[in-house]
Design a protein around this ligand. Structure first.
Ligand code: HH2
Length: 315
């Protein structure tokens, strides 16, 4: 299967087929493929991910995520959240079982799988991304129908992960992070944050392609809040066009992050307001961002839909 660049989506319920096909239209023209488990729908992984803006709903199946840790640890709650986000217009949902908030310690493969497996099982047939850096977790998630791996370590965390993504024909998000979650907000320094993030993403994209992952399946993310001061985050967002110039879709994840609270004058803020995240998303869209990883899907879908209409009216 290596290098074949297909995404296999097993059906959960045949009656959902029409809606699922519509939601996955951005992946390209699907075709049917009989398998031992029944008919699977294969999406050619050739889409440029450029039908922007695309909203990715965050589903944190964790006890300790920075803004929503706890409430979605129960599978039923996480599933309801994901289905609600898809109803509100999310193009896909990003299911994660490990928090990467500043200071977090990480969890074992077993624990991560225990958290997300029941959720992924139920979401089969829906467009799901798995937020993990572990090859074993990604392998299981792809087997359960996930179409994207969102790796905050950009393939530096687990040497096996690139092969799993390539073999699974999955999309991949490569994110920039300085250091590791436990220590990253200590005292992050850059000569020029945009130049350094850009060089990093370029190098990681080349590494992914070398490992057999088609370039067309990769999106890039500056990693807002991952080893960055407020000033670094603002500069990255202000000069986003320089990252867009890399030629791959750019994903921005600013939703509820603490730098937003700090921008608004609360030096002790642990989270930022939804409205501030929406403002960032709209301006990032205007600068060329394609994907938006957010907790509050409805607000972002509405704001970005309006921004798109405005941009197109002026084109
Ligand atoms: N941010 C978080 C987690 N994963 N992935 C990408 N690609 N980009 C991001 O900015 C990003 C990410 C952190 O946010 P959240 O999932 O809400 O919190 P936690 O890591 O505490 O679960």
């Amino acid at each position: 299967m290596r290098g074949k660049a297909t995404v296999a989506v097993p059906w959960a319920r045949p009656e959902d087929a029409e809606g699922v096909l519509q939601r996955l239209a951005w992946l390209g023209q699907p075709f049917e493929c009989p398998s031992t488990h029944g008919t699977r729908i294969i999406f050619p992984c050739e889409h440029e991910l450029d039908d922007r803006p695309l909203v990715m709903g965050i589903v944190n199946v964790t006890p300790d995520s920075f803004s929503d840790g706890g409430p979605f640890l129960r599978p039923e709650a996480a599933i309801a959240l994901a289905l609600g986000q898809l109803d509100e217009g999310a193009a896909l949902v990003d299911v994660g079982g490990e928090s990467t908030r500043p200071g977090s310690e990480g969890v074992s493969v077993e624990e991560e799988l225990e958290r997300i497996e029941p959720v992924l099982e139920h979401l089969q047939g829906f467009p799901v991304s798995v937020d993990t850096s572990k090859a074993e977790v990604a392998r299981r998630a792809l087997a359960l129908g996930a179409v994207m791996v969102n790796d905050v370590t950009a393939l530096r965390g687990d040497p096996e992960l690139a092969g799993v993504v390539a073999d699974g024909g999955a999309y991949l998000c490569l994110m920039h992070m300085l250091g590791e979650p436990r220590t990253m907000q200590g005292d992050p320094r850059y000569e020029d944050v945009v130049d350094e993030v850009k060089a990093f993403l370029e190098e990681r994209l080349a590494a992914a392609v070398n490992a057999g992952i088609p370039e067309e399946c990769v999106c890039l993310d500056p990693g807002i809040g991952f080893g960055k001061t407020v000033a670094h985050n603002l500069e990255l967002l202000a000069r986003l066009d320089e990252l867009v110039a890399l030629g791959r879709p750019i994903l921005v994840g600013a939703s509820r992050k603490r730098f937003l609270g700090r921008v608004l004058g609360d030096a002790e803020a642990l989270t930022g307001p939804v409205s501030a995240g929406v403002a960032v998303a709209v301006l990032a869209y205007e600068r060329g961002a394609a994907l938006f990883r957010v907790h509050d899907v409805r607000e972002h879908v509405q704001a970005l839909g309006t921004a798109k209409a405005l941009v197109e009216a002026g084109a």
